[in-house]
Design a protein around this ligand. Structure first.
Ligand SMILES: C[S@@+](CC[C@H](N)C(=O)[O-])C[C@H]1O[C@@H](n2cnc3c(N)ncnc32)[C@H](O)[C@@H]1O
Length: 512
């Protein structure tokens, strides 16, 4: 890669267009009445925000910094002979911000657009554009982000800005990834020092970046909480909804959550699960081909049907393609840890196939496969083998539930990015499907989902919806209880949870 593009990447170098910077200044004045004494742009680049702030805030002193000398020169040349502006070359991570801040008085506005690069990308680039390790310690919130191994540089910078304002009045207004804004909001909520505001921006149009991004504003206050007002656009004058913490969870729409809060709780009978995990799709996933199958290595194989199940992947479930299948999957066990030797007797061709592809299965790196029977898979139990399922992809950005019955006489299984409930009978599945695809259910789930997450729909969120409460809402509790009384639930093992699952189950119940 050319040095220029490496530098652009490692310094997160995407200069803000002037009209966007001007809009940000307009929002700060129009919606938040901000009139700062001092403005700091810590990574000012060519100085777009400095010029926008200079035009918009007529009485503020403005300090700009950037690591790139050429940009500093350009920024200075565009705004020369101006007393109230100072732009200098500085590396954010090596600057003595305490000293700079101690010289400033009055209301401080920190404005700009920090680099949108992550520590792991910098690792790939072998770049040193990172905070020094020693700086990680003793800073509020910093441990939490650096401890996870990968973190956004802008999140690190934002948390520094938060520290600067802990004992003074001011505001932070930065363009950043939406996910970064949410993480910082969660971190600062314990300080009770800030109120947050989020205005989505179109990162594709402004920066050519395919990521959910926003103008994130934090304003100091004496009675802050985790609530963050979300606006529809930079032109809005009133928030569209509020993100906040309720009942121990960060919810994406407080008003909607409060409307349906009574639906929270958990059922013992219906527990959302994730699909099968095998980490070896080349061998375990097969395409039906003539009278046998073709595996991911392009080999044609003939196997007994005993251990073969129709497979629906996230892309099938997310797109509502659940009445036919393109692939099947080899499931070697009925429950986690079950001995696999029996395959040899029941299905000798399958056993031979597994032995011949042992090297692929043995190479699986995850520690879950260690000390387990050979060819083990995970995410299986009695629930996997029930005939009827309600499934939803965790990856897709919509609430599309699928009612899935057996295909070609066999129960359907899913990959591990799909969440599902399972049932013995079609009528029970249809009853629950009707409840789950109702407006109250959708609104309750929607109030908790953050659609910009990589995997927005998690089993954890789905488990917060009580189907029993939903049945009450529709006046069909008796029917619900009819199913709840049928012995199949316990007999078939639907309720047999691992200790870890029981723990999370009870913890969630306790906090809700
Ligand atoms: C996304 S650009 C934004 C520039 C400017 N704030 C704007 O809005 O147009 C990020 C800027 O951060 C600067 N930068 C990156 N790493 C830095 C560091 N360690 N210290 C200071 N500036 C840095 C880059 O040179 C680049 O100009």
């Amino acid at each position: 890669m050319a040095k220029k593009s490496i530098d652009k990447w490692q310094y997160g170098d995407f200069q803000t267009p002037m009209e966007l910077a001007q809009k940000v200044v307009e929002v700060l004045k129009r919606n938040h009445n901000i009139e700062p004494d001092v403005i700091i742009e810590p990574t000012c680049g060519k100085g777009t925000f400095i010029r926008a702030a200079y035009q918009g805030f007529k009485h503020s002193r403005i300090l700009g910094f950037d690591i790139n000398k050429e940009y500093v020169n350009e920024a200075n040349s565009l705004i020369s002979n101006v007393e109230r502006v100072s732009i200098k070359k500085a590396d954010f991570f090596k600057t003595d911000w305490k000293k700079i801040l101690s010289r400033q008085f009055g209301y401080i506005l920190i404005i700009g657009n920090p680099p949108w690069v992550t520590s792991s990308e910098l690792g790939i680039l072998n770049s040193k554009n990172l905070p020094e390790k020693s700086n990680f310690q003793n800073r509020r919130g910093i441990d939490a982000i650096t401890g996870s191994g990968n973190f956004d540089i802008s999140e690190w910078m934002l948390l520094q800005h938060v520290n600067w304002l802990l004992d003074r009045k001011g505001a932070i207004a930065l363009l950043c990834k939406y996910a970064v804004a949410r993480k910082v909001m969660r971190q600062v909520s314990t300080e009770h020092r800030f109120l947050g505001h989020i205005y989505p921006i179109d990162a594709k149009t402004h920066f050519g970046a395919s990521v959910d991004a926003c103008l994130f504003i934090l304003i100091t206050t004496n009675n802050g909480n985790a609530d963050c007002e979300v606006y529809e656009s930079l032109d809005s004058t009133k928030p569209d909804h509020i993100i906040g913490e309720r009942d121990g969870f960060i919810v994406s729409d407080v008003a909607l959550y409060e409307k349906w809060r009574h639906l929270r709780g958990q059922d013992f009978r219906y527990l959302w699960r994730s699909g099968v995990k095998h980490d070896c799709s080349k061998v375990m996933e097969l395409e039906p081909y003539e009278d046998g199958f073709k595996n991911g290595l392009g080999e044609r194989v003939i196997l007994e049907r005993d251990y073969i199940y129709p497979l629906l992947k996230s892309s099938d479930v997310g797109n509502g393609r659940s009445d036919s299948f393109r692939k099947v999957v080899l499931i070697t066990q009925q429950s986690v840890g079950e001995e696999t030797l029996a395959i040899k007797k029941v299905a000798p061709k399958t056993w031979k196939y597994l032995l011949e592809h042992r090297e692929y299965l043995d190479k699986r790196r995850s520690t879950i496969y260690r000390n387990k029977p050979e060819f083990s898979v995970f995410g299986i139990g009695a629930y996997t083998f029930k005939d009827w399922k309600i499934a939803i992809s965790g990856l897709y950005k919509r609430l599309k539930f699928n009612l899935v019955g057996p295909l070609k006489g066999k129960t359907v299984v899913f990959d591990d990015t799909v969440n599902f409930l399972s049932f013995e009978t079609e009528s029970e599945a249809r009853f629950i499907y009707k409840l789950i695809t109702s407006k109250p259910s959708f609104e309750f789930l929607d109030s908790m989902i953050f659609w910009d997450d990589k995997r927005p729909i998690t089993a954890d969120i789905l488990r917060r919806l009580s189907l029993k409460e939903l049945a009450k809402e529709f006046g069909v509790l008796e029917k619900y209880q009819y199913w709840a009384r049928t012995p199949s639930a316990t007999a078939s093992g639907q309720l047999v949870l691992s200790i870890a699952e029981q723990k999370s189950h009870y913890n969630t119940r306790a906090s809700s």
